[in-house]
Write a protein that binds this ligand. Sequence first.
Ligand code: F6P
Ligand code: MG
Length: 303
Amino acid sequence: MSGSDRLEASVIESVFDAVAETAPEIRAALPGRRVESDRENPSGETVMAADVHADELLEERIGLIDGVSGYASEERETVVDVGSEPKLGSESRYAVAVDPLDGSSNLRSNNAMGTVVGVYDGSLPARGRDLVAAGYVLYGPITTMVVATADGVREEVVTRGGDEGVERSVVRESISLPSDPVVYGFGGRVPDWTDGFRVFAREIESELKLRYGGAMVGDVNQVLTYGGIFAYPALADAPNGKLRLQFEANPIAFIIERAGGAASDGTEAILDVDPEELHQRVPLHVGNEQLVDRLEAAVESGQ
Ligand code: F6P
Ligand code: MG
C-alpha cells in the first residue's frame, strides 16, 4: 500500500469511527430537541434543535481527524476549514459532507431519521466520482450504520457499550441489491410530477410494493434490503427536486452503485453530475439498475 493509499484508508476509518461514536449521542439527545430552532438552513428549510445539535457534534469530531481539510453540512452556508494545522504532518486534502439529521421532519411523528456522510477526495463542491467512501446511520428501532468503500458495502449495528463507549458489530458484509426488486417509494405530490415520471410510477405501482416513510435514509435502506427503487423526482415548481447533491444524492448514489445498483438524475448518473454550488438540489432516482434504466427512458420520452 502506498503512503497516499494508507492516508486514505486511515481518513475513511477515522471518519466512520467518529460517526459511529457520535450516533448514540445524537440519538440520546433527540427527545429534548423535537422543536424548531430560530434558524433556516441555506436551502430555506426550518432547522430543528436536533439538526443543530447533530451538526455541532459531527463538526467537532470530524474536524479533529488528521487528513480532513473541510467539513460541510446542509445546515451551514459554507465549508468549514478544519485542516489549517495538519496533524502528524499529513496532507489534508479530504472533505467530508454531512446531512446531520436526514428526515428531521419525522421528529414530531417519531419516525425514522438518519445521518448521511460523504468523504470526498478534494474540495467542495465536488463530483460524486470524487467520493472515496460514503455511508449513513439509520436511527430506526435499532441504530445501524451502512458504510461503502471501494471494497464494498457493509452494515453494522451500533450500540452503547457502557463505560467502554460504543460497540459495533458487522451484521451484513458485501451487500448487494437483491436482484428481484420488491419495494418502491417516491417523494413529492403526484400532480407535481412530470408526465414521464407519472407514467413510470403507474407501471411500478403494479409491480412493486409501496414503502415511503419520508426520510431518505430509511427509504433507501428498504431498497438496499429488499431491492427496488427510491426517487425524489423533479417537480413542476422544483425542477431539481428536493434532495441536495453534495450531502444526500452523491453519498446515496455511491452506496447504491457499490451495491450493484444505479442512481440517476433522470438523464445521467448522479455521480457524473458536475456541481455548480454547495447546496444545489438534484432529482434522485436510485435502486436496481433495470428500474433506473426504465425510469430514464420514461422521463426522456415523457418530457
Ligand atoms: O432531507 C430531505 C428529506 O427529509 C428526505 O430525507 C426525504 O426523502 C424528504 O425530505 C421527504 O420529503 P417530503 O416530506 O416531501 O416527502
Ligand atoms: Mg436530508
